[in-house]
Design a protein around this ligand. Structure first.
Ligand SMILES: Cc1cc2nc3c(=O)[nH]c(=O)nc-3n(C[C@H](O)[C@H](O)[C@H](O)COP(=O)(O)OP(=O)(O)OC[C@H]3O[C@@H](n4cnc5c(N)ncnc54)[C@H](O)[C@@H]3O)c2cc1C
Length: 219
């Protein structure tokens, strides 16, 4: 996606690896945003920036961005090399992946967990069930935070490793196995286009109205 609006310089306060090839970048918060929104991030003012969901709470002092390195990517290998004190260039927050306080399902794959972490830290986890899909047991970023608040309503679906009480398979396998799904709740989906389309088809097949499915597609 080409993002052409103006970018503003901010200083990185930390950029730590939280799992293999996965990083959490932080900088001081100087703007307001809504949980679920994204910012564009570039390494210089004239870059073609990439979009990243904000992964931190609306009242936190710092903004967090969760990303994984695409080895052939234009931005992420360079993002991963940033140190505290380096500059990045960000846009104003934007987007429309909003969640209400009613009963609902958060369904994420990989780094698609980022907007739900913002919602969690912004106090929106009440009445929510979270399905997080990851390849490995180490793919469940922020798992302690989610487990502490959501308890049994936090379900990790692991496609390539077993153990640690995870559901063995993808989020789509988990959903297919369910006999019934509530049709009066919202379903918030975040991940790749394949994951979102496949998940949406399953939900609709099981009687969830199309209008109750709200999606953020990463690429
Ligand atoms: C609204 C929105 C929010 C997003 N939020 C996040 C976020 O919170 N965290 C995050 O990690 N990414 C997020 N993304 C994806 C992000 O914008 C970049 O596409 C991604 O970080 C890769 O950037 P890059 O410059 O390194 O790779 P690019 O140069 O853009 O692409 C390199 C290669 O990687 C592939 N690729 C690009 N993106 C992905 C991806 N996400 N997964 C797998 N393969 C990919 C491309 O097809 C290409 O082959 C978001 C995208 C959108 C549209």
């Amino acid at each position: 996606m080409i993002y052409t609006n103006e970018l503003k310089k901010v200083i990185v306060t930390s950029n730590i690896s939280i799992s293999a090839n996965v990083y959490l970048l932080s900088f001081k918060r100087e703007f307001k945003f809504k949980p679920g929104q994204w910012i564009a991030v570039g390494l210089n003012a004239t870059d073609n920036p990439r979009l990243y969901s904000i992964a931190s709470g609306v009242d936190n002092d710092e903004v967090n961005v969760l990303y994984d390195i695409k080895p052939d990517g234009a931005i992420t290998p360079n993002l991963a090399a940033l140190k505290s004190g380096d500059a990045i260039y960000i846009s104003k927050p934007d987007g429309s992946f909003y969640c209400n306080n009613g009963k609902g399902w958060w369904i994420a794959a990989g780094t698609g967990i980022a907007p739900f972490r913002s919602m969690l830290e912004s106090g929106m986890a009440k009445n929510k069930k979270l399905l997080h899909g990851g390849r490995y047991l180490s793919s469940f970023y922020f798992e302690k935070e989610f487990a502490d608040v959501l308890g049994e309503n936090y379900i990790r679906c692991c496609s390539q490793e077993k153990g640690n009480a995870v559901f063995e398979g993808r989020v789509t396998d988990y959903l297919k196995d369910l006999k019934q799904l509530p049709s009066d709740e919202n379903y918030y989906l975040c991940g790749s286009s394949e994951m979102v389309v496949e998940t949406r088809d399953i939900l609709v097949d099981k009687g969830v109205p199309f209008g109750n499915i709200i999606a953020e597609i990463y690429f």
